[in-house]
Ligand binder design. Structure first.
Ligand code: GLU
Length: 427
């Protein structure tokens, strides 16, 4: 496989930061729910934050020290839960925002978890597999005191995968003296991973995209879609959308974008990406600038990469009828207001990309039960939860004249606050 090393375009022109956006969404929900300042303060602060230094022995014998984080935003509804991200953009503030969004996501989908996130500031493409293994194991041993199947359960996110989860599970298990499959989710199938976990986020995105299309009176078959990102989320989202009969007319990655008005052949494109490492150069399509993908005139736009890609500078030019947020935090708060006033329907991240954590929950339940579910059970229960949440968010939005994001955040914040209230404040 040829890996392209230098991204041609940046996917993340940040305007407001992820943490500013997350805090503004919370403030709006707290105001709408009429909560007091003390409740707001409790919800806005992380419960626990750990910053660690990860000394790495590089393959050439030199030593480098990386910065790593694990933030547990809230644990009122259950163990902390959330992914681990390897990206050069990782900062403590970014991890704080992502952890807060996990709290709302788990509450909204009613999985019995709080929210967490981890990150290490590094570009995983610049490290060998043995180096990544040493980084992961050392990071795991540094955060060991705060993770565990009943404490905090990491999962894959940007830049990490099932192999990373296997290393974490092994490091944790060695420290305990026995195998603990429930300490992470998103594991390889042969180590207790769940059927359907790898494609769960994408499946969930497509459940929401098709529900939104139908809600807008647009037939799914023949509808058009553009997808930003062709990684863990975007790739299978493109595949499932195409299987539903939608025309995926454009996709991009960090190297560029491709377009075919008749619909891209997603299986052929996936094979091209497996060989070359990028969508760029795919034969049956025209190349264009990656940032222009967001502004295509399509029925559904799926940002499935990173935060802050739809911002005040480009929101006014978004022509999609529906935005389904496959990524966490792709739309800044200023952009949200512009999209709402232009009548663009935004299915928010904490709803649209929740398929991953839902099946993570199923994986954890299977670990606790020591029993594997069939793929059809996983998929049916995933669909049921996604559509139930879609219905309740829409109903709340209609009843209170809110955007879907404001409705979803309010529902989630209310559930977390209810858990706080019932447990009481100790001492
Ligand atoms: N990283 C995914 C997310 O942002 C999955 C988290 C999990 O499964 O714990 O939702």
């Amino acid at each position: 496989m040829t890996l392209l090393q230098t991204p041609a375009v940046s996917l993340a022109p940040q305007h407001t930061s992820a943490l500013e956006d997350a805090q503004a969404q919370l403030a709006e929900a707290v105001a709408g729910l009429g909560y007091d300042e003390g409740t707001h303060a409790m919800l806005s602060k992380s419960r626990r934050e750990l910053t660690v230094s990860i000394p790495l022995r590089r393959d050439d014998g030199s030593t480098q020290v990386l910065a790593g984080y694990r933030v547990q935003h809230n644990i009122s509804r259950g163990p902390a839960k959330g992914g681990l991200r390897y990206s050069p953009q990782v900062t403590l503030d970014e991890v704080r925002a992502l952890a807060m969004w996990m709290t709302w996501k788990c509450a909204l989908l009613d999985v019995p978890y709080g929210g967490a996130k981890g990150g290490i500031a590094l570009d995983p493409r610049l490290y060998s597999t043995p180096e990544l293994e040493r980084i992961t194991r050392r990071y795991t041993s540094e955060i060991l005191p705060i993770i565990g199947p009943q404490q905090d359960i990491p999962a894959p996110d940007v830049g990490t995968d099932e192999r990373t989860m296997a290393w974490i599970m092994d490091t944790y298990s060695v420290s305990q003296g026995h195998t603990v499959p429930g300490v992470v989710t998103g594991k390889p199938l042969s180590l207790g991973g769940s059927l359907g976990r790898a494609s769960a986020t994408s499946r969930g995105v497509v459940h929401i995209a098709t529900a939104a299309l139908r809600g807008e009176g647009i037939a799914v078959a023949g509808s058009t879609a553009a997808i930003q990102g062709f990684g863990k989320v975007g790739r299978d989202a493109a595949r499932f959308l195409a299987q539903e009969g939608a025309l995926v007319v454009a996709v991009s990655d960090q190297y560029g974008a491709i377009h075919n008005a008749a619909g891209l052949d997603i299986e052929a494109l996936a094979a091209h990406v497996d060989t070359t490492g990028s969508v760029v150069g795919f034969g049956s399509a025209d190349a264009f600038a990656a940032n222009d993908l967001l502004e295509l005139d399509v029925d559904v736009l799926v940002p499935a990469a990173v935060e802050g890609v739809i911002h005040e500078g480009n929101a006014g030019r978004i022509r999609a009828r529906i935005v389904v947020e496959g990524a966490n935090g792709p739309t800044s708060r200023d952009a949200d207001a512009i999209l709402a006033s232009n009548g663009v329907l935004v299915a928010p991240d904490i709803l649209a990309n929740a398929g991953g954590v839902i099946v993570s929950y199923f994986e954890w339940v299977q670990a606790n039960q020591s029993y594997r579910w069939e793929a059809r059970d996983v998929e049916a229960r995933l669909e049921e939860r996604m559509l139930a949440a879609w219905a309740s968010v829409n109903e709340h939005a209609r009843a209170h004249d809110l955007t879907l994001r404001a409705a979803a955040t309010r529902l989630a914040v209310a559930r977390v606050t209810e858990a706080h209230r019932l447990r009481g404040l100790y001492p």
